[in-house]
Every structure is written in C-alpha cells, then in structure tokens.
Design a protein around this ligand. Structure first.
Ligand SMILES: C[S@@+](CC[C@H](N)C(=O)[O-])C[C@H]1O[C@@H](n2cnc3c(N)ncnc32)[C@H](O)[C@@H]1O
Length: 318
C-alpha cells in the first residue's frame, strides 16, 4: 500500500514530502497492536475475492466485483468492524455503514472548487469514503490521513477489491505530522475540529499545508447563537468522549478570520438526523447510534441536555 502511495505521490506536487510521509506511516503500522494479525488475515482473505471497477452510485461507493462467495466476504469484512463511514457496495453486498456519507458529500460538493488535477488532503479521513470520492471527482492525488489504524485497514480492504483504484490513499498520520509545506490545493477537515483541544492550532496547521489561494472545507459541530458563543462540554457530548468545542457559526467565522483565512463563506448548516447516522449490523456489538444519544423526549437535545448535533460547512481560501 505504502509503495503504491509513494509511486503516485512522486508523480504529483507532493513529491518532496513522499518519503517522509511513507517513513512515518511505516512506523505507525509497526506499533504493537494485538488486532493487527486479525486485520491482516481479513485482508488476505479479501484478496482472494474478484476485483471490480469502482464508481459512485448514490449512496454507495460501488465496487463492481463479480459475485463470488458473498457470505465469506461479509465475514472477512466484519472482522474489520465497526464500519462507521461509507456506505459501500461490493458486487451485490451492501456494506451499510453507520453514516450515510453521501448526505454530507451532497451538502459539500456544490460549494467547492473543482478538484480536477488538484492535490487534495482529507484530514481525519476515516476509512477513506470521502477520499475516494475526491479522487473520483478528478483529484490528481487525494491523501486521507487517519491516525486510527483500524480505519486504515478498512481502506486497504476496499482497495484490495478494486481494479485500477482511483488515486486515493489513506495513511496513518495526524495533521501535526504533515510537513509544514504549502503543497495542497484543497484541504478538507470534516468532523475533526471538535476533537481538537486547541482549535486555533488545528486551523493554523490546515492553513500551513495549503497552497496560497488554496481552499479549505471545514465541517464541524456548531450550536445556534441563542446558546452563546460556544459550549465546551464538561463531560460527554452525545455520548462522545473527546468533544472540546461547539462554537456558534459567528464564533467559528471569527476563528477562521483569526487564523488568517479569506473569503469565508458559510455554505450549509444541517441538523444530523437518524437517517444520516444510524445503527446497522456493520457497527458491531455496540449497536447504539444517534437515536440513542438524543433525549427521548426532545430530539433537539442530547441525552446530556446539550443542543443536539448540528453541523456547519465553511469554505474559505488561504
Ligand atoms: C468524526 S471522524 C470524521 C470522519 C470523516 N472525515 C467524516 O467527515 O465523516 C473524525 C476522524 O478524525 C480523526 N482525527 C482526529 N484528530 C486528528 C488529527 N489531529 N489528524 C488527523 N486525523 C484526526 C479521528 O481518528 C477520526 O477518525
């Protein structure tokens, strides 16, 4: 996988950082994680399955494999649960992830500059559902970075099934490990800002890796202005542990200005619904999802009594 990345990377604008990214990724994959043998065995089994071309057929990223032993394929893919991001279809097997990623992509795509020929960074890419869509939308290279190893293995499992895979890669990196070179034409940070203890540092790091005139797509949880400038959850938020900031859109606009972004536009605000985030049999033993994280008597509140999840998309330029 890393070799495929290096080959493609060297033919792109990112060539000066390829070796460094590959080295950090190799180190990340060589940690002592007891699950790795199971994940590698799953991928070895998946390799025995036929390959197919990939395209996007809403809502699925569809890999057109010839149907073989779908039950065995399903079992192997289930060794890589929970499948949060997707959905994917492999032959006739529908991998219905917890999230309907297509719904977010629909809100993002009409507002952004064309990705054709661009070098694109997808920060916090999960298993690469959006990274693949970025490559299919014409990016010269779409690099997803995702520190959580399981999601890197999910990405590889899917890539294994693809004939002539798009120029999308997911590496086990954090944004803070990307060399501070302004090389990416478009940078996506979707669902990541609220996980950062230092939100301004995250915005600064996003700006550092963007080319001058490059575009940032920032998607994150927000609150309505009536709740104040921002909420810093004391404990959990919608049962999530590490949520550090829920700004109003005005506050977030101010943060983007302070970080030095220009032409800041609020493209969308949408409350997350149980249609977009739902429990499916692909998420494993803990079968709770959004519907269980909301106040049973008031779906505008979380179970902790905070405003229910609402997400904003800001588009701005460096
Ligand atoms: C809520 S998920 C969002 C996934 C996807 N981007 C989306 O919009 O659906 C956030 C992901 O960001 C990753 N993440 C958190 N901090 C990060 C960092 N500093 N650099 C890169 N990824 C990070 C997490 O591991 C997690 O998988």
């Amino acid at each position: 996988m890393i070799n495929n990345f290096t080959k493609q990377c060297q033919q792109s604008k990112l060539s000066i950082i390829c070796e460094q990214l590959a080295d950090i990724s190799k180190d990340a994959f060589s940690v002592n994680n007891g699950n790795i043998p199971k994940w590698e065995a799953a991928i070895d089994d998946i390799k025995k399955y036929s390959k197919g071309k990939v395209d996007y057929q809403v809502p699925y990223l569809h890999i057109h494999t010839k149907d073989g032993d779908t039950d065995t394929l399903q079992q192997s893919l289930k060794l890589l649960m929970p499948w949060r991001k997707g959905p994917y279809q492999i032959g006739s097997l529908q991998l219905d992830s917890e999230w309907r990623g297509d719904m977010k992509w629909d809100r993002v795509l009409p507002h952004i500059q064309s990705l054709k020929g661009k070098s694109v960074l997808d920060v916090g890419s999960g298993n690469g559902y959006f990274t693949y869509l970025m490559a299919l939308a014409g990016a010269k290279i779409a690099l997803g970075i995702e520190p959580f190893l399981l999601f890197n293995y999910q990405f590889q499992a899917l890539r294994t099934l693809m004939d002539n895979p798009p120029n999308a890669f997911v590496l086990p990196l954090k944004l803070e490990q990307i060399p501070t070179e302004p090389l990416f034409d478009t940078v996506f940070s979707m669902g990541v800002l609220y996980h950062q203890k230092d939100h301004l540092l995250h915005l600064q790091q996003l700006k550092n890796v963007l080319t001058n005139g490059g575009e940032l797509i920032l998607e994150t949880l927000i609150i309505d202005a009536k709740y104040g400038e921002q909420i810093i959850p004391k404990d959990r938020y919608a049962r999530m542990r590490n949520v550090w900031c829920l700004p109003s859109t005005d506050t977030l606009h101010g943060w983007l200005e302070s970080a030095g972004f220009q032409d800041i536009k609020l493209a969308d605000v949408t409350q997350t619904t149980p249609k977009e985030q739902r429990a499916t049999h692909w998420i494993g033993d803990n079968t709770q999802s959004l519907a269980d994280f909301l106040d049973p008597n008031d779906s505008n509140l979380t179970i902790e009594g905070l405003p229910a999840p609402k997400r904003a998309i800001f588009i701005c330029q460096k």
